[in-house]
Design a protein around this ligand. Structure first.
Ligand code: ADP
Ligand code: MG
Length: 239
């Protein structure tokens, strides 16, 4: 089967600093990939390249076999959830969910159907008439996930979606995201610097250092057979 996302020799320089260095990664249809690494290793940069929010310096990105390296973000079939919620403060939750679909000119019936489905999946039906200021951090993040969900995208990108939440909410939403993936079975690329999140969510973990993937393997292998001291140290297992 053709990969869902395929990254070929991707490089990105900011000035003369190489932030991504000829990075290669193939992600299978429906796979949950976690990009794990310390702050500054290039995780967000990689995600932003996949989303089309940054121009690459070299290399290609394929989604479902199509070269999207120079496609507009909206034409890539991806939805992105950021660490900060990025909701429209003046709009209700319902409007936040439907806004992009309205702008795209989708028929009203279809918009309503999609908003209702997302609200049901994320259990935010009672919140539809509220504004973001009247939501908790966890509720806001559910709405942010909902905005990607209504677009019916093939690939979800998450950039540290839980890092602004307290420990209890973090573990609740982690379970929720796992459930969401089990239900939707779409491809998810999830960035974190939290080892526990990576070990519990991932089908495969890519451990990054200085814009390069050090090891790509399932959690069990990463934990028990780290390829080097860096991976061992980062994942916290005895080596
Ligand atoms: P991570 O998400 O893993 O914490 P980033 O992808 O945000 O890392 O950043 C990787 C490196 O690129 C860091 O050294 C950061 O300082 C640098 N960087 C990120 N964005 C920019 C930018 N817009 N201009 C210059 N350097 C940047
Ligand atoms: Mg980041």
């Amino acid at each position: 089967m053709q990969p869902s996302v395929s990254i070929k020799d991707l490089s990105l320089n900011f000035g003369n600093v190489k932030v991504l260095d000829r990075l290669n990664l193939d992600i299978a249809q429906g796979e949950f990939i976690v990009l794990l690494g310390p702050s500054g290793c290039g995780k967000s940069t990689l995600l932003n390249c996949i989303a089309g929010l940054l121009d690459v310096s070299d290399g290609q990105i394929f989604i479902n076999g199509k070269n999207v390296t120079w496609e507009e973000p909206k034409d890539r079939g991806i939805g992105m959830v950021f660490q900060s919620y990025a909701l429209y403060p003046q709009m209700t939750v319902e409007r936040n969910l439907s806004f992009g679909l309205r702008v795209a000119g989708m028929p009203k019936d279809e918009i309503n159907r999609r908003v209702a489905r997302a609200a049901e999946i994320l259990q935010i039906q009672p919140l539809l008439n509220r504004k973001p200021a009247n939501l908790s951090g966890g509720q806001r993040q559910r709405v942010a996930i909902g905005r990607a969900l209504v677009r019916d995208v093939d690939v979800f990108l998450f950039d540290e979606p839980l890092s602004n939440l307290d420990a209890k909410l973090r573990s609740d939403l982690r379970v929720e995201i796992k459930r969401l993936h089990a239900r939707l079975k779409n491809t998810m690329i999830y960035v974190t610097h939290d080892q526990i999140e990576a070990l519990t969510l991932a089908d495969r973990i890519a451990i990054m250092k200085n814009g390069v993937i050090q090891q790509l393997a399932d959690p069990h292998t990463i934990y028990n057979k780290p390829v080097n001291l860096y991976v061992a140290g980062f994942i916290g297992s005895p080596s």
